[in-house]
Design a protein around this ligand. Sequence first.
Ligand code: NAD
Length: 489
Amino acid sequence: MHQEQIDSLREMAIISPQMIIGGRGVAAISGAVLDVVSPINGQVIAQLPNAGVCDVDAAVKAARTAFESGAWSKATPAARKTVLLKWAGLIESNALELAVLGVRDNGTEISMAFKAEPMSAAGTVRYYAEAIDKVYGEIAPTGLDTLALIHREPVGVVGAIVPWNFPMMIAAWKIAPALATGNSVVLKPSEMASLSVLRMIALAHEAGLPDGVLNVVTGGAVTGQAIARSMDVDALVFTGSVNVGRSLMQDAAQTNLKRVFLELGGKSPHIVFDDTTDLDAAAASVVGGIFRNAGQVCVAGSRLLVQRDIHDIFVDKIIELTSKMRVGDPLQLDTQIGALNSKVHLDRVLAMLDGVSSIAYGGKQILADTGGFYMQPTVVTQMDLGDKLVREEVFGPILTVTPFMDEADAIRQANSSELGLSAGVWTSNLGLAHRMIAAIRAGVVHVNTYGGVDNTVPLGGFKQSGNGHDKSLHALDKFINKKTAWIKL
Ligand code: NAD
């Protein structure tokens, strides 16, 4: 990836984006559209169909028809695998174009987006494509006079609603295992980041996915709610905020009791013990763990807990590294922190700092003359457990720092949140590391590193961070019904 290649794509015309229903590109039936504002410079770069209930109904119908036709749901695993592998290849061969389009839409720095978006999505599609003809059914250990088989069947029509921070990666976490297991899908990307997802789904059709198997509707809350309230969606998979997750469960409860799997927010502690041998590595990990993608990362290590006797020296290191981070145009290869996703979001993040007196670094909007939505990476010290900044997910470039006394205090503070997505622990004591892994209530606990990614491991939240898992073979379970066949011999 070279700067010249990126520059040649940054102004590329975006020809009226369309939804994909039944394999065809369509506008909203009402003709309604939403402006797509680029966080790079605040300019309108496209208009997106704003789907209403009728459009969602049409997409669900197309998905159901495709499912019942058996063209995909009854295709052999090997046949499904061939199409999915071809799709993964097409995503890879179009990766830079997809990445630049996505960055223009959501503001993530390209150095991160290229790997975390198209390349990650391609890897996920390939992982599930490769998995699907290696997963077997079961024979249950019943008595000798019966044969009990446990079949794995697709659930049917899957609704998937995803956020804007990593639109292609997260969409792939949902779509790839759903398709691999034979389901049909209605996907709704965020209205704040749909462009790259629409292009990625068009590539699935180029790869030979039958029409109607994978449908995309665009729009906001109304569109998402229509999926959640559909009587003909069998399972709903969601990544986004806690409040929307809560409302989706209510929608399911009030309609057809579709199964709902939620991947929600985080307020993740990054804990540094005083026996850490390489404090410089720990500091770099803490800074990278909160500020990449301007802190708009579900697993962002937004709460630094540092042992009291190394507090001052460690905070100095953090501030030094933070002050050197390059914030700016996300389409520059050397940018380390891109733009916040929207003006509304930037204002919300800045407002979280109102009345906070202990800002040790940053705290201000910058580069306003570009028209884009940029903010300094921000470090806030002298925080208490009760402070709003320590309790609530910011989803922006703000790191809070609180000191802790000892192991018990670290555990108490780490677990004080209602969220439990991720955590990091730095120590040279193996026993302590294992005790922390056991004690922290979070879906992933990193030791002497932060933010490791691989398709082989599940990502899911404890507490109000969610009730499901993306990634790994475990994610397949969300998309299958287990059926027992009980046969008298
Ligand atoms: P959001 O909840 O505002 O929106 C997520 C999606 O839901 C969007 O597509 C949106 O249009 C749709 N939506 C909004 N209101 C809806 C409604 N009433 N009914 C149905 N759909 C609705 O979240 P966001 O701002 O896009 O993303 C940020 C949040 O996502 C953060 O809380 C972050 O932590 C979380 N997140 C979690 C993970 C994870 O793996 N756990 C990963 C990434 C982001």
